[in-house]
Design a protein around this ligand. Structure first.
Ligand SMILES: Cc1cc2nc3c(=O)[nH]c(=O)nc-3n(C[C@H](O)[C@H](O)[C@H](O)COP(=O)(O)OP(=O)(O)OC[C@H]3O[C@@H](n4cnc5c(N)ncnc54)[C@H](O)[C@@H]3O)c2cc1C
Length: 383
């Protein structure tokens, strides 16, 4: 039976024979596994080939079943959230794509010191969840408003924006450990959050996030330290409110949404995964050297997450791409940098993953040649 161009099969158990499509069914919990599903529709880049197998999971048991199935059949697997931080190869993914749709929220309001514990399923949409926490009168996540994707992916790269990182608010993560096939609780501390990094990235594929426990506050205090936020409120003549700490989490959320709306492309119109690269962190000595050539280069002190004592500096790569490489707003075929922020790669309808890769590799080379800095992609390559 086919629907939407892809075949739906209710599998019991698959054993590969000499022909890959020869399927033998055995006892297996029923799972609705589809074959040859186009992945572009599930990503914000809107690019990429097919998933050989594709399965939506809505609870922990379904997740265990599909992982067990993939293991038994020696299929690589990939957990897909909202597809907003990935670039899928034009050839697609020759394994099992597991679309995370575990939902649900619960609040534990019995904490002391104005704190509240709130849990959310990995498949909840991140920004709906942020809106929910703000509406409930909880503060903390408002600076992370309007980031696309799911709750389950948020700890994976420790999403961050406007002076906040999600790791600051995570009490613990419930995850399926695919080695032991047991669901475990990992404390925020043990998630080893760093700049766009975490245990889930370091041990890629081992832990699948099922739900996240956030520890939020109810004291209404907000963080408006980030330059763009400060400027936003100053422009609105809210200086007194900033000084007196009278700005509410809902106002910060509104500000962040407005700022983002003016800075970032509408991912319903463009293919994009937001910032394509991480902001590089370099040694103070290297920074001083580049600064001689480019005196306007901004840099911010960065704590070492490897325990080293060397002074480190984080550089806004968008500035380098704009002022050193002069590539802001350029298009090459269907791929380019966004006109308002060069760190954001955009793709027109019809662009291929191959074009994005060629374009971004060229940017990496230009940065290396001009500054000696090796930059890294934030967006994950899926093939
Ligand atoms: C316009 C735009 C703006 C953005 N702005 C920001 C920003 O300000 N800050 C920021 O940090 N990011 C930003 N991003 C990147 C992206 O939104 C985040 O990284 C987001 O958390 C990705 O969520 P997702 O559900 O789409 O994950 P996906 O792209 O589907 O997956 C990303 C990674 O997480 C893994 N993963 C997903 N779900 C799970 C799970 N349940 N368990 C284990 N692993 C899982 C995937 O396997 C993959 O490795 C932006 C993206 C876009 C398109």
């Amino acid at each position: 039976m086919t629907a939407g161009g892809c075949t739906h099969i209710i599998f019991r158990h698959i054993i590969w024979s000499s022909h890959p499509l020869a399927i033998i069914r055995r006892n297996w919990n029923f799972m609705n596994i589809q074959e040859n599903v186009p992945l572009a529709q599930y990503t914000t880049f809107k690019i990429g080939g097919n998933a050989r197998f594709f399965c939506i999971v809505k609870n922990g048991d379904e997740l265990k079943d599909v992982i067990g199935f993939a293991k038994k059949n020696i299929l690589p697997y990939f957990v897909l959230g909202g597809g907003s931080n990935i670039l899928v190869s034009d050839k697609g993914f020759m394994g099992m794509v597991i679309k995370m749709e575990i939902q649900g929220k619960s609040i534990d309001d019995t904490m002391i010191n104005d704190q509240v514990m709130i849990s959310a399923g990995a498949g909840e949409m991140w920004d709906d969840f942020v809106e929910y926490t703000v509406d409930q009168g909880f503060n903390g996540l408002e600076n992370l408003s309007a980031i696309p994707g799911t709750v389950g992916a948020a700890p994976v790269q420790n999403i961050g924006a406007y002076g906040a990182e999600v790791g600051q608010f995570i009490y613990s993560v419930h995850a399926l450990d695919t080695q032991t096939m047991k669901e475990i609780e990992i404390s925020g501390h043990d998630c080893h959050f760093g700049y766009r990094n975490s245990l889930f990235k370091k041990e890629k594929g081992r832990y699948i996030v099922v739900s996240v426990n956030f520890l939020l506050k109810k004291d209404g205090k907000v963080n408006t330290e980030y330059k763009d936020l400060k400027e936003y409120f100053l422009k609105k003549n809210d200086q007194l409110s900033i000084i007196n700490n009278q700005i509410t989490p809902a106002q910060v959320r509104e500000a962040v949404i407005n700022i983002r709306w003016n800075k970032l492309p509408d991912w319903n119109l463009w293919g994009t995964a937001g910032s394509f690269f991480k902001n590089p962190v370099i040694s103070q000595a290297h920074f001083d050297e580049i600064k001689v050539k480019y005196p306007g280069l901004p840099g911010f002190p960065e704590a070492s997450n490897t325990g080293g004592h060397e002074d480190l500096v984080k550089i806004p790569l968008g500035w380098v791409l704009d002022n050193v490489c002069k590539v802001k707003g350029i298009m090459r075929g269907g791929v380019g940098t966004y006109e308002k922020q060069a760190l954001v790669i955009v793709a027109k309808a019809g662009a291929t993953a191959g074009e994005v890769v060629a374009f971004t590799q060229d940017l990496m080379k230009q940065v290396k040649d001009a500054t000696g800095i090796t930059i890294e992609a934030e967006v994950e390559w899926v093939n």
